[in-house]
Design a protein around this ligand. Sequence first.
Ligand code: MUC
Ligand code: MG
Length: 367
Amino acid sequence: MKITQVDAIPFAIPYRKPLRFASGEVHAAEHVLVRVHTDDGVVGVAEAPPRPFTYGETQAGIVAVIDSLFAPQVTGLSLLEREVAHARMARTVGNPTAKSAVDMAMWDALGRSLDVSVTELLGGYTDRMRVSHMLGFDEPAAMVAEAEKMRDTCGITTFKVKVGRRPVSLDTAVVRALREGLGDAVELYVDGNRGWTAAESARAMKEMADLDLLFAEELCPADDVLGRRWLVQQLDVPFIADESAVTPADVTREILGGSATAVSIKTARTGFTRSQRTHHLAEGLGLEVVMGNQIDGQIGTLGTVAFGAAHALTSHRAGELSNFLDMSDDLLTEPLTISDGELAVRPGAGLGAEIDPDKLRHYRQDR
Ligand code: MUC
Ligand code: MG
């Protein structure tokens, strides 16, 4: 189970339609496939999605930091020495999705070596999760039509609505149209990606007070320390810290400071090893957890559902597992499917991600 090689392969797959939100937009999945090879001939895989608008990483930067720093640091280690791998990678600040992809590929390789799934290795609580679908910026009618399509074709009944535009009525009108169009049976929550000020957020939440929202996420920047605390104290729904709470220390600071009351766990940025720490912290603090989406492809989504399904707390709420539906293709031999509003963990060893060699040849950008 010794690591002999780590590959970082850039690839690009266009989106059918761009996803737009307050901090940015995505037109193509320009991600990095990470492969960890062992001396037994096992290959673990994971996917790193560069999100410059959230973490400052780029596709070229992820390839470079893995090739030049992380690959040499983990080569020669056993798959069971993940703490050593993390201690070494931690010498480099930042680069959360690059570190996480190395971590998840190590877990995938470990699962394959032991012939057990990653979900079983992590906790084995269940084998599926309810799915929450993310609705990017558009006209109200188009966003309602997309939600109806997701409900009718995939059985999805939980929707995260991107907000954070100005004037706030642009977004509150969408949420109202969704509630009126889809009725009381669906769950709705909003994510501002720091687009509003605290005062705008408070006004918007008042306007939506009758719309039975489940959560509000990252409506204004955490750096507006007093404003955000003021906002969170007056809400009657949990306020999720997403991009403001990547590390357990960030979560502690946001929660104890009164600037958030729930947390989003994204395996794309904390892998499995560090997501475990956030999960345990959330359990200890009594926080709601939502398994978030870093606009993942199918390999990344397998990572999210593998972790989410592994524990009671992380599988309680619908997980954000459907962004890959907006991509025109993917790298897996067998595409993921969402039915009856659920996504199942792939049966079999590791994450169950089998890469189609023809697709990889077609979409990779390094040759
Ligand atoms: C989300 O939950 O915010 C958009 C930006 C980002 O960092 O993640 C996505 C989804
Ligand atoms: Mg978010």
